[in-house]
Write a protein that binds this ligand. Structure first.
Ligand SMILES: Cc1cc2nc3c(=O)[nH]c(=O)nc-3n(C[C@H](O)[C@H](O)[C@H](O)COP(=O)(O)OP(=O)(O)OC[C@H]3O[C@@H](n4cnc5c(N)ncnc54)[C@H](O)[C@@H]3O)c2cc1C
Length: 506
């Protein structure tokens, strides 16, 4: 029945295309594609100058994405609309971008000049099936929509710390969360994905049906199709996390670094703990060190978190928070409306390397960018332990395309981030961050502590997150097989200007 419907829909669209082809030339011109989309999905396409277009461009988190001027934004209401959009884009050869929550800071990922943007914002349903411990979520939803539904229930979910982050981009990049030690990457909790392929076919992929290819979709970004819906596993919890926000003085930086590596070393003893540490702040002030420690039960009772309390500290805030409440705090700390740039590195859990990298951030990068004299410029080096239970969860329950399941020891994920206002600073900021991260890698390599992993969700446009996957023959051949099956004509490569594409190395 479904196949018959699909066949009829495809035949109808082909007929429409044939008629339209007599009056317009469908040669990939985005504006013409937008016009045909408006014909197919009346009221769902917004063009430059309209209020709808403005509110969609305003919804990007970083202005360096929001300022790009696409030919139009199309907002499908459901996967059938999405099917029509993809079918047309495939046949016209138009370039396009996919937007879920619009939180990527990399230009051309979810917005593009003069191309079609497929905005998934209306695919935002959230349906909880508590008896089965799962939630069905449209990938255009924001994490706060999911947390809102879970409020007051005895369940949590591996989702973004900031509630305004989109489900789609976060999940397809991997997904770090306060529950990473218990459930691994957020993408490890994917039970099922609904995928719209380039030719408009809609597939449901799960562990029973196509497990190998499901693996490639987990952490594979926008390389295979548009994910319209995800079924995600819930985490049994009171929905409240015990959270401590802590500050340290810069003179204690060595002790904090030791606490991070000690925690990472011990973390397997208590997977319920999670840690992120940030060094930085306003560039016209001295940098500070802040840490957010969370635990399902109690941060103060967790032995693995003790090293952070042993260093002289100021406890800014300590309370039990629901995921919704916590995500609002993160949203407040990370307002939208600024230019943003970030770049990432991964190193082994090596104290000496981390000390050197933090010192390089504090004594070289921070003052160098501070000299730009931009008011309100802020930056930070975010340090997140990738603990042993986090990395190994995937090897037990499911596999993913991040390729870290066999790591023999924990890692440290680093992200250097800058937020500023003046576009004239772009090239200097980008180059400075690149130089800093290259230096960080060289230093870690001198200590035999560098690692190839580049986290897709934190990568800059000049980084290639799938490089280390390519080194893994078994994983890479599965990725190639998934590409061949889902996107054999490489529409998601050729027709997207997106930088993170697997076929770059094919
Ligand atoms: C304030 C803030 C907090 C963050 N917190 C966390 C965190 O706690 N943990 C973490 O791991 N990361 C975090 N991130 C990083 C975040 O996961 C990435 O920026 C992610 O890409 C954002 O997803 P999005 O849907 O909002 O972005 P978008 O810009 O809409 O999409 C990002 C990418 O995914 C693609 N994409 C989106 N949806 C789909 C889809 N349905 N099908 C196919 N491709 C799709 C887009 O084309 C684009 O390339 C945070 C980022 C910010 C700005």
């Amino acid at each position: 029945m479904a196949l018959t419907k699909l066949f009829i829909a495809s035949a109808l669209i082909t007929a429409v295309l044939a008629v339209l082809q007599q009056s317009v030339s469908l040669d990939g011109d985005a504006l013409q594609t937008c016009a045909v989309l408006e014909f197919q999905l009346p009221g769902r396409v917004s063009f430059r100058g309209s209020d709808g277009y403005q509110s969609q461009t305003d919804s990007y988190w970083a202005t360096n994405q929001g300022e790009l001027l696409s030919a139009c934004h199309v907002t499908p209401r459901d996967s059938t609309d999405l099917q029509k959009v993809m079918f047309l884009i495939y046949h016209t050869g138009s370039s396009f971008a996919i937007k879920s929550g619009g939180h990527s800071v990399v230009a051309n990922t979810s917005n593009v000049d003069d191309d079609v943007v497929i905005d998934l914002e209306l695919l935002n349903h959230v349906t909880i099936q508590a008896d089965q411990m799962i939630v069905d979520v449209g990938t255009g939803a924001r994490w706060k929509d999911v947390y809102q539904k879970l409020e007051g229930m005895n369940y949590g979910i591996a989702g973004a710390r900031a509630g305004s982050v989109g489900v789609g981009g976060y999940l397809l990049g991997g997904g770090l969360s306060p529950f990473s030690g218990i459930v691994g990457w957020a993408c490890d909790g994917i039970a099922l994905l609904e995928v719209v392929l380039a030719n408009g076919t809609i597939l449901e992929v799960d562990h029973n049906n196509d497990p190998d290819h499901l693996m490639a979709l987990k952490g594979g970004g926008s390389n295979f199709g548009i994910i319209s819906r995800a079924r995600l596993e819930l985490v049994k919890t009171s929905n409240k996390l015990d959270v401590a926000f802590i500050q340290y003085q810069m003179l204690d930086v060595m002790h904090v670094v030791r606490a991070i590596t000690e925690y990472n070393h011990l973390a397997a003893q208590d997977p319920e703990a999670a840690v992120s540490v940030s060094v930085g702040g306003r560039l016209d002030e001295s940098p500070t060190i802040s840490a957010v420690l969370s635990h399902r039960q109690g941060v103060l009772d967790s032995k693995v978190l003790q090293p952070f309390f042993d260093v002289s500290h100021y406890l800014v805030r300590h309370e039990r928070l629901s995921q919704l409440e916590l995500s609002q705090i993160y949203d407040d700390m990370n307002p939208k409306g600024f230019r943003q740039h970030r770049t990432t590195a991964t190193i082994h859990n090596d104290e000496k390397s981390l000390v050197g990298i933090v010192q390089s951030y504090v004594f070289d990068l921070d003052p160098k960018l501070g000299n730009l004299g931009e008011a309100n410029m802020r930056g930070g080096l975010l340090i997140q332990p990738l603990t042993y239970p986090h990395l190994h969860h995937g090897s037990l329950a499911a596999s993913n395309m991040l390729g870290l399941q066999k790591e023999p020891s924990p890692l440290l994920l680093l992200s250097a981030e800058m937020r500023y206002s003046n576009s004239c600073s772009d090239s200097f900021v980008h180059q400075s961050l690149t130089d800093f991260m290259n230096g960080a890698h060289e230093y870690a390599a001198e200590n035999n502590a560098s690692h190839r992993f580049r986290y897709l969700n934190y990568a800059s446009a000049d980084q290639f997150p799938f490089e280390h996957v390519q080194q893994n023959q078994e994983l890479w051949s599965e990725v190639q097989a998934a590409k061949q099956k889902y996107d054999p004509h490489n529409v998601f490569g050729k027709q997207m200007r997106h930088p993170f594409k697997v076929q770059h190395l094919v």
